[in-house]
Design a protein around this ligand. Structure first.
Ligand SMILES: [Zn+2]
Length: 336
């Protein structure tokens, strides 16, 4: 959702900032948020902001020794010494809300998203992430879907209850405790995340020390809650019926957060001088697209709507934003 531009925000921030500077900083550090129109709101994930987290269990990872030649820089995004996720990160899903409901809040959507997560590893788009590394190695571009659990609830989420939801899923044994995992909390469209879903962001990723493990997690809501803000098309290549773009809209936001969580898991590795992580630099930038036709993989509704797509893997077409390729001059790219 496009945010109000310019003067109103500037004036209010200016008048407010002296009294509220500490509060605003504390609010800004919690997560890395994403929205088509909120570039200016992106927090800068730097060491100073981390210190405001106030969590004694959340010490910054030790800065590795002298940066070796393994970390390639100078491609339009900067390295800040933190780790990336290597090997084959496991992706877990917590289905929050009512996913046995109507519209796109269905078992079919759950199945489609889990299939998406099970096949995005090694795809052309995900391999763009292999241009990011730390002093011990590079991201591989591989991803594995590690499982899911359902949390039925009608209660809106807050940033605090989101973290609690992740912690409960792990501590109960519903999902494994995995420092090389990314846990997605995906909420049904009746659920709000009160820190700004649909008004400030479409999703975000962050991390926390839970039970002594550095747990990376992300919130992505069913964007059918706010298609005008968080969907690029209301009928996508996987829409079950016309006007239900939730599957495709969520896949787009999930891929954004997944790429960032892997390349900047602790918010101290890869982002540019504006605080933008790799996927932020290509937010809702899709590059060259194709149109669903009768010979495409797209769903019948997607074909009827002439939906756009730019990636094909796992037996599906998807419209996924590009990612910043960290090589050469750097560029938003659909592939290496
Ligand atoms: Zn982002």
């Amino acid at each position: 959702m496009k945010l109000p531009q310019g003067k109103i925000r500037f004036a209010s921030v200016f008048l407010f900032m002296l009294l509220a500077a500490n509060f605003l900083m504390a609010q800004a550090v919690k997560q890395h948020v994403d929205n088509p129109g909120q570039t200016a709101m992106d927090p800068v994930p730097d060491d100073i902001t981390h210190s405001h987290r106030g969590n004694p269990n959340q010490a910054l990872p030790a800065v590795p020794g002298p940066i070796g030649q393994a970390v390639s820089t100078g491609h339009g995004i900067n390295y800040h010494n933190g780790p990336v996720m290597k090997g084959t990160p496991n992706v877990y899903v917590i289905w929050y809300g009512n996913w046995n409901g109507t519209g796109s809040n269905t078992a079919a959507t759950r199945s489609a998203i889990e299939h998406f997560l099970g096949t995005i590893g090694g795809s052309a788009l995900e391999l763009v992430n292999s241009t990011y590394g730390d002093t011990t190695g590079n991201v591989t571009g591989n991803v594995r879907f590690g499982g899911s659990t359902i949390v039925s609830s009608s209660t809106n989420l807050t940033d605090t209850s989101l973290r609690t939801t992740v912690n409960n899923a792990i501590s109960s044994g519903a999902l494994p405790r995995d420092s090389n995992g990314v846990y997605f909390v995906l909420s049904s469209s009746n659920i709000n995340e009160t820190s700004g879903f649909c008004t400030q962001y479409c999703g975000f990723h962050t991390h926390a020390s839970l039970g002594g493990t550095d747990v990376k997690y992300s919130f992505v809501g069913n964007v059918d809650r706010c298609p005008s803000g968080c969907e690029s098309q209301t009928t996508g290549p996987n829409s079950p019926v016309s006007g239900q773009g939730g599957i495709d809209g969520m896949a787009n936001v999930i891929s954004h957060e997944l790429e960032e969580a892997i390349s900047d898991p602790d918010l101290n590795a890869w982002f540019d001088s504006s605080g933008q992580e790799n996927a932020d630099k290509c937010n809702f930038n899709f590059g060259t697209t194709s149109t669903c036709t009768s010979t495409s993989i797209c769903s019948a509704a997607g074909k009827a709507a002439a939906a756009k797509f730019n990636q094909s893997f796992g037996g599906n077409d998807y419209l996924l934003q590009q990612n910043w390729r960290n090589s050469g001059a750097g560029a938003c790219a659909q592939h290496l």
